[in-house]
Ligand binder design. Structure first.
Ligand code: AMP
Ligand code: MG
Length: 491
């Protein structure tokens, strides 16, 4: 029997923020994927466990010893409209464990059945979306972007009913925590200031311990969350990642990317890119993500006003507003830092922002692949322009910008191959291309064939290292395939 030293600080410290639940018993649990690397990091010794045992433990068939399954309460603004009671409608928290680095991590199940928060939902998940969460999460991790991760994906042996019957699965998810902006909103809406205070202290202890016990800690919490979100969204933007449902319940206070639904990576660089079938207004388009993060942050700030200034919450508005407004600059600073590294620049000069902006305008104007353009710019740094120019309609379209970019590299202290190598450590070759993700999900969920998913994961685990035999994993889909690509929430 695999032993897990569960703790339950969330359940203990925040008694009004959850409900006890039991997972459904899947009829025929079968392990589709076990993340051995993550299990090691968590200090889980699965060496004695067989696949069947793991499948049962991480699908709800058996409840691991010491686990205390609960559904967490939260509210959320979904596409701008407030839902006062969302909560884990198809997920549960088994408990927390301390990983090898002494970090507290949640282990949760998703797709494990109904809870008091299910409303009209069935509490289930289809295998496709759970495998998408695995693949995209592992890709993000390898790209160095903070993210929740899949520990296991288990087929349940049951059909879930969407537009058509689909094979069901349960995802075992590991997160720094599942605290969300929406968790605060849940208590703020209800005027439960006592619970808000407990929640703030809990969030601080878990994610921002340097603020614990400080007088101005609630305002400082807002600033700290803003800082982490600015860093996170800057990373998303450079990766070409589109979350797709940046509702306030899907913004984690830890600064991790959470709740991969209709997410996707953009091919051609275009700020208006939207993949989600339900995002009709483009609210969560690629280019809107920084502004939406700021909007979500404003909703978070509102929940904190009665803590920042208990006698007169309105008096806290100017200070909170200053932080929320400062997000833009923070984000821009983070973005530019990484842009400089991706451009291979040394030091900081005034024109750097414009140089980076002009590059992206050029990509957008010619529909150039975001990932490959950045990647092949590194070739140019060592005098090999072919792959880069092949992305543009003609060398002339690129020449004026390249001239400026080369000029910016004078004088330089590093050798061209070193500059190129440093650029390649910032700009991946392998991202989860939409057509490859679909191919992997189809094979796994329709035919139980995990081989394409495993091969894709192999490419994505070392995204910065070009390897022979993985050529097709670097390339975008043929334009006909990419055209009209749509993702679904998969609920
Ligand atoms: P999401 O869009 O995945 O972030 O989910 C939004 C809300 O809907 C959360 O409260 C989920 O728990 C809930 N939800 C999503 N799918 C289901 C489902 N199949 N059954 C019950 N609740 C669900
Ligand atoms: Mg969610």
């Amino acid at each position: 029997m695999i032993r897990i030293a569960f703790d339950h600080s969330y359940a203990r410290d925040l008694p009004d923020a959850w409900a006890p639940v039991r997972p459904d018993t899947p009829p025929a649990p079968e392990l589709l994927y076990w993340n051995a690397e993550l299990a090691d990091e968590l200090g889980l010794d699965a060496s004695q466990a067989d696949e069947n045992e793991l499948a049962r433990l991480f699908s709800g068939a058996d409840i691991p010893e010491g686990a205390q399954p609960i559904a967490q309460a939260y509210a959320g603004h979904q596409f701008g409209g407030l839902s006062p009671s969302l909560g884990d409608g198809r997920a549960l928290l088994l408990g927390e464990i301390m990983d090898n680095n002494g970090q507290r991590r949640d282990i949760a199940l998703k797709g494990s059945g109904q809870t008091p928060f299910s409303r009209r939902g069935d509490g289930k998940a289809a295998a496709g979306p759970m495998l998408r969460e695995l693949i995209v999460g592992e890709a993000m991790q390898a790209l160095g972007i903070p993210t929740t991760r899949a520990l296991a994906v288990t087929a349940t042996g049951e059909s879930v009913h969407r537009e058509r019957p689909l094979p069901g699965a349960v995802l075992a998810r590991v997160a720094a925590s599942h605290l969300r902006v929406g968790t605060f909103q849940y208590f703020a809406i209800r005027g439960e200031t006592g619970m808000l205070e407990k929640l703030a202290d809990y969030t601080i202890a878990r994610h921002y311990p340097e603020l614990a016990g400080q007088d101005g800690r609630h305002l400082a919490l807002l600033a700290a969350v803003a800082e982490r979100q600015a860093a996170l969204i800057a990373r998303w933007m450079h990766a070409g990642f589109i979350h797709g449902v940046m509702n306030t319940d899907n913004m984690a206070l830890s600064g991790e990317t959470i709740d991969y639904g209709p997410c996707a990576f953009m091919d051609a660089h275009y700020p208006g890119t939207v993949f989600s079938s339900i995002d009709h207004q483009g609210r969560y388009s690629y280019g809107n993500q920084p502004a939406i993060a700021q909007w979500n942050l404003a909703r978070f700030a509102e929940t904190l006003l009665p803590l920042i200034s208990p006698a007169d919450p309105a008096a806290a508005v100017p200070a909170a507003t200053e932080i929320v407004e400062g997000f833009e600059e923070q984000y821009q600073r983070r973005w530019l830092e990484q842009a400089r590294r991706k451009l291979g620049l040394e030091g900081e000069r005034d024109g750097d922002q414009a140089l980076a902006d002009d590059w992206l305008v050029l990509l957008a104007a010619h529909g150039v692949d975001h990932t490959l353009a950045w990647r092949y710019l590194a070739d140019e740094a060592e005098g090999k322009p072919e792959r880069l120019t092949s992305l543009f309609p003609s060398p002339d379209t690129l020449a004026p910008w390249l001239k400026q970019w080369h000029a910016r590299h004078v004088p330089r202290t590093r050798r061209p191959p070193d500059i190129a190598a440093a650029m390649r450590r910032e700009s991946p070759l392998y991202i989860p291309r939409n057509h490859l993700v679909e191919e992997a999900l189809d094979a796994a969920s329709e035919r139980g064939d995990m081989k394409p998913a495993l091969k894709l994961l192999e490419a994505l685990r070392q995204p910065f290292t070009e390897r022979e035999g993985l050529e097709r994993y670097a390339l975008p889909a043929e334009p006909e395939l990419a055209e009209g690509y749509r993702t679904f929430c998969g609920t």
